[in-house]
Write a protein that binds this ligand. Structure first.
Ligand SMILES: Nc1ncnc2c1ncn2[C@@H]1O[C@H](COP(=O)(O)OP(=O)(O)OP(=O)(O)O)[C@@H](O)[C@H]1O
Length: 424
């Protein structure tokens, strides 16, 4: 038997059916298939001919975690995850600065799986198995916690550190990971929350009060993690800012109670990671050692870099698809998958010309180390600045993307220049 294929099923919010019922109708629907392709998503239009599915199911995703290629239904165990999306978005856990009465969002709290993060996982494209490996790491860590494996005997913990240059998708990947875990671990944890701590804010403007704010924030967190059936993912973005704050405090630039506040936050996070239902997710733009002990001990440390040429091509291909679907680039025509493009059959042929040019843009972007964030902005810049007609054909739009990329690179070079010549 092959490794399991995970089938994620989004149940419609208004459906009152039980999970077992939904699983059964999806299972019998999938009996019609001989093989399934990991990564494929069946949306409303694909499901509308089946009356029951149409009523209860919004989307079915075959996850690409274990498999790269098509699998035969008869030879693969299908593992079903049925869930509804939370439509409410984040609630800010606000606190009040007692000295001024001002309100401050110390953390944003999301109920997972959230509608807001739906599709985020699929939208992140890396050439390596970064996403898949990270899920496996965290799942294994929860399995060890479940079985009570002694961390003194075998080194493992539930602290994730994603580090790398800005705009490479670290924060998005943390959110997507929390969402994925809420779906995959639903048997163990029927409910899940993502808590994004506003560490930057806690220690910049609110220094005088930050000790009290940290204490209150963690009192709330303690209440939340006390529920063992709740998965609690705590995200601390730009964790190096904590180390900076502490260093500034130690060097006498900041008042001494702020040292205590930063240390309190670190101690609390350290304590939190020992709770069997908690996961601490951290990101950093600094690649070297970060002066924060509990992060140093993170077992799940991954470097996230700018997209490779292949990943950049996939990102831009998705962008072109979206603009064609919205009628902003017309007519609709295929942008080929890279492996199809690489097959000799398509090389240099008319239908593949736009794709080949897009591949050229992707290679240029990757060669210059353009981030995923900047890549996702290129289509907007191309459309705003480099095409005049309402709906340009794809080849012209791809040329505009190339022009937008060159603008971006020239701007980046200007900024570097300005940084070099800026007064110190
Ligand atoms: N590899 C990628 N694939 C797809 N999209 C990406 C990729 N990298 C970045 N993006 C997009 O770039 C945007 C910025 O991502 P995000 O804020 O998560 O990056 P970050 O690394 O946390 O940045 P920063 O360090 O500046 O906070 C997101 O919209 C994300 O979708």
């Amino acid at each position: 038997m092959n490794p399991a294929l995970h089938v994620e099923v989004v149940q419609r919010s208004q459906s009152r059916a039980t999970k077992d019922f939904v699983k059964e109708i999806v299972r019998s629907f999938l009996l019609n298939f001989v093989s399934l392709s990991p990564g494929v998503i069946l949306s409303e239009t694909d499901l509308e001919e089946n009356v029951e599915l149409k009523e209860h199911v919004q989307m079915i995703t075959f996850c690409d975690i274990e498999h790269d290629t098509e699998v035969l239904v008869t030879e693969t165990e299908l593992v079903y995850h049925i869930y509804k999306l939370d439509a409410f978005g984040a609630e800010s856990d606000t606190m009040t600065d007692t000295s001024t009465g001002e309100e401050f969002a110390a953390a944003d709290v999301w109920a997972l799986p959230s509608e807001q993060f739906h599709g985020l996982w699929e939208s992140l494209i890396y050439d390596t198995k970064l996403k898949e490996d990270t899920v496996r790491f965290v799942e294994t860590a929860f399995e060890f916690a479940d079985r009570g494996v002694d961390p003194n005997v075998i080194g493992w913990n539930r602290v994730v550190l994603l580090h790398g240059p800005p705009g490479t998708g670290k924060t998005s990947l943390c959110r997507a990971l929390a969402q994925k875990l809420s779906v995959r671990l639903a048997d163990r944890f029927p409910r899940a929350r993502l808590i994004e701590i506003n560490a930057h804010g806690l220690f910049s403007k609110w220094f005088a009060e930050s000790g009290k704010l940290v204490a209150r924030l963690f009192e709330r967190l303690e209440e939340i993690v006390a529920d063992r059936r709740l998965l609690v993912c705590v995200l601390v973005d730009e964790v190096e800012s904590l180390a900076h704050a502490r260093r500034a405090a130690l060097s006498g630039l900041e008042p001494s109670d702020s040292i205590r506040a930063v240390n309190a936050l670190l101690t609390q996070l350290d304590r939190l990671r020992r709770r069997p239902n908690a996961l601490v997710l951290t990101t950093s733009n600094v690649t070297g050692a970060i002066d924060v002990a509990f992060v140093d001990r993170a077992d799940i440390k991954r470097r996230v870099g700018p997209p490779s040429a292949r990943a950049a091509y996939e990102i831009l291909r998705g962008c072109c698809g979206e603009l064609m679907a919205r009628g902003l680039v017309a007519p609709r025509e295929p942008v080929f998958e890279l492996r199809v493009l690489e097959g000799s059959r398509f090389a240099e042929s008319e239908p593949s010309r736009a794709s080949l040019r897009l591949w050229g843009v992707a290679r240029e972007a990757a060669g210059a180390g353009v981030s995923g964030r900047a890549l996702r902005r290129l289509p907007f810049l191309a459309r705003a600045l480099h095409v005049r007609d309402a709906a340009p054909p794809l080849p012209r739009f791809v040329d505009a993307l190339g022009a937008a990329l060159r603008d971006h690179l020239a701007d980046a070079a200007d900024m570097d220049d300005a940084a070099v010549h800026a007064p110190v």
